[in-house]
Ligand binder design. Sequence first.
Ligand SMILES: Nc1ncnc2c1ncn2[C@@H]1O[C@H](COP(=O)(O)OP(=O)(O)OP(=O)(O)O)[C@@H](O)[C@H]1O
Ligand SMILES: [Mg+2]
Length: 254
Amino acid sequence: MAGDKVIFACKGLSKAFGGLRAVDGVDLEVREGELRALIGPNGAGKSTFFNLVTGQLRRDRGEVYFNGHRIDGLAPYQVMRKGIARTFQITSTFRRLTALENVQVALFVHHQRHLNPLALFVPGHKSMAEQALHLLEQVGLADSAHKPAGVLSYGDQKRLELAIALASEPRLLLLDEPTAGMAPTERREAMALIARIARERGLTLLFTEHDMDVVFGYAERITVMHQGKVLVEGLPEEVRASPEVQRVYLGEHG
Ligand SMILES: Nc1ncnc2c1ncn2[C@@H]1O[C@H](COP(=O)(O)OP(=O)(O)OP(=O)(O)O)[C@@H](O)[C@H]1O
Ligand SMILES: [Mg+2]
């Protein structure tokens, strides 16, 4: 459950593509340990918002704070080093490497920066392969450890991306449509797993999602974006009852 500490905040975050204001003056605060959904119709600006936070895109205006530090203007690897990991709407793994190797690469990149590599040879220290397998077990993918990532089902690739993101030991995890492309039952299962991992690790979660069962089943608070702006933010019951939200979704998602 969320504490009182605001771990992530942004003020006036904005990005235009030509004349299109994809993200338009977004203010957002997320408390440590919170499970927050960022929803909105197609084109609302959710993925662009993620790309601004993680440095994949350069903002036009605005400030982003994580854990008390300003992080806007940092490169993606620097943002990751601060403790933010993400997954993409379109999965991006090394398709010819096995699931295990994909996670090992992620662990290697992380440890290279944070640990003395010699620590890996201390007796009793878990090898990177062991750590990678443990992460795959956590996301329910141990049985596919030795399959190339490219042959995994869409849902399993999403799980693999989650394991890769967890390898960097983030404090904030941004998930862009973690259940897209999955069957409805698989979606709830995947989100239950994500929520459990987040709780176990004390992670803060910010996720976009189009499946309203998943959103209302797991989010503690919901931020609704529309045309680049925050339309409404509140508890699930408040968002559900909002006439503005109903208007925006009417005809789009029934
Ligand atoms: N690189 C880009 N160049 C130009 N326009 C872009 C670019 N990326 C996004 N857009 C536009 O910005 C707007 C916001 O797109 P974005 O992908 O952030 O929406 P979204 O809320 O993630 O939508 P979805 O739910 O479909 O994933 C859309 O109108 C989109 O076409
Ligand atoms: Mg998107």
